[in-house]
Design a protein around this ligand. Structure first.
Ligand SMILES: Cc1ncc(COP(=O)(O)O)c(C=O)c1O
Length: 399
């Protein structure tokens, strides 16, 4: 067992678990949890004052800070609880016409694929799925696979910035430019990007972009954003229609009026975002650029351990990898053997026999499977060496 890096003490992670799954739900350091607790105390001390008199200004400041961090004009930026709700809000707002096409890839996050299918079935749209090879050989290969799947009449492409099951960085800038050049708006699912990628959303120019702060910016759960390009702002409505629909638009756009209030909820996860930006800037010498370099370097070493010690095939070239790496495993000999949580036999063994928390999921379909590791500040190389030995032993035992 291994306890992780010198940064691990800033998190409250269970020391009895080797936690290599930051990608699923993130993990919040104690400082940000305490900061949120103070905000909650402030909210509960005088709820009327907090929600009516203080919250609008706090949101304004938090969006301005976030906008600076991700290179986005805050006028087109709003907080949402998670990337799933942002994807659904955009998909359900666009006035598609029967026969329109939607483009997605076979690496998309399954929940977002469900949202796309729901809208497609309701309106009679055709969903075209680009098959992107995995392991990948280059950005060009990914770009070509997606562009070759494009057909006339494609109204929207839903593309991951970093893919969930396979952890690949897609060449999103070129894809946005080329697809939008052909008249197809792009909704970028950047659930993994904030904190992992140095974002410049205004320059990227995607019609729509969503990102989670609760993954790689390590904020409390329920903090994400939706960015909408200025010429699409009038189109997008939240999933919940509330006061904002009829609020005056002299001070704020309808977009901001509607998304800033979708009913009573806890806004404190959103309000921790500026503190996360400051906290990691000050925690790591060199700030966010060094943090990103450190994680990327550690990931390279982790991939080496998995390929040399465990004999696995890596996910792709180094310039397609940041904080996630997925490895195809040999076909699952016990593909039907899932527990009540949907965990496969090898995943259960990793957790119970080795105390390693890491996803191994079916992909692209039964009996195929991939193991996906995550790298965050609290991890260190000894953990991936330990993982590589464990995976080698378990694969050998499968025979
Ligand atoms: C690519 C991608 N999109 C969307 C999501 C959904 O994020 P959330 O559960 O915060 O909505 C995830 C979560 O892992 C993801 O990996």
């Amino acid at each position: 067992m291994t306890t992780g890096s010198e940064y691990a003490r800033h998190w409250t992670l269970d020391p009895d678990v080797v936690f290599l799954n930051h990608g699923s739900f993130g993990a919040c350091p104690s400082h940000l949890l305490e900061y949120q607790s103070e905000l909650i105390a402030r909210m509960e001390r005088e709820p009327m004052r907090f929600f009516v008199m203080e919250l609008p200004g706090l949101l304004e400041e938090a969006l301005a800070e976030l906008g600076r961090f991700i290179g986005a004009d805050p006028a087109g930026l709003t907080f949402v609880n998670n990337a799933s709700s942002a994807v659904s809000a955009v998909l359900r707002s666009i006035p598609f016409q029967a026969g329109d096409r939607l483009l997605i890839t076979d690496h998309a996050y399954p929940a977002c694929r469900n949202a796309l299918d729901f809208v497609a079935e309701r309106t009679g749209l055709e969903v075209v799925v680009a098959q992107v090879p995995f392991p990948a050989s280059s950005h060009d290969q990914v770009f070509d696979a997606i562009m070759e799947a494009w057909r006339p009449g494609t109204r929207l492409a839903l593309l991951d910035h970093i893919t969930s099951p396979t952890g690949l960085l897609f060449p999103i800038r070129r894809l946005v430019e080329s697809l939008q050049g052909r008249g197809t708006d792009v909704l970028v699912d950047g659930a993994h990007a904030p904190g992992m990628v140095d974002l410049h959303l205004d320059r990227l120019g995607a019609a729509y972009y969503t990102g989670n702060c609760h993954k790689w910016m390590c904020t409390p759960k329920g903090s994400a954003f939706l960015y909408v390009r200025s010429d699409r702002l009038d189109t997008v409505r939240p999933l919940t229609i509330s006061h904002g629909a009829t609020a005056p638009t002299d001070a704020n756009s309808r977009f901001r009026n509607e998304f800033d209030w979708t009913g009573t909820d806890d806004p404190t996860p959103w309000l921790t975002v500026p503190e996360s930006i400051r906290y990691f800037r000050d925690l790591v010498p060199g700030g966010w650029p060094s943090l990103r370099d450190r994680n990327r370097e550690l990931l390279t070493r982790a991939v080496e351990a998995m390929t040399t010690t465990a004999g696995l095939t890596g996910p792709g070239p180094a310039d397609m990898l940041l904080n996630l790496a997925a490895f195809p495993l040999p076909d699952d000999p016990r593909a039907d053997d899932k527990d009540a949580f949907g965990f496969s036999a090898i995943r259960r063994k990793l957790l119970h026999d080795y105390r390693i928390q890491i996803p191994v999921w079916t992909w692209p379909q039964v009996p195929g499977r991939v193991l996906r590791l995550s790298v965050q500040l609290y991890n260190d190389l000894s953990q991936y060496r330990y993982l590589a030995k464990a995976v080698k032993e378990l694969l050998e035992a499968e025979g």
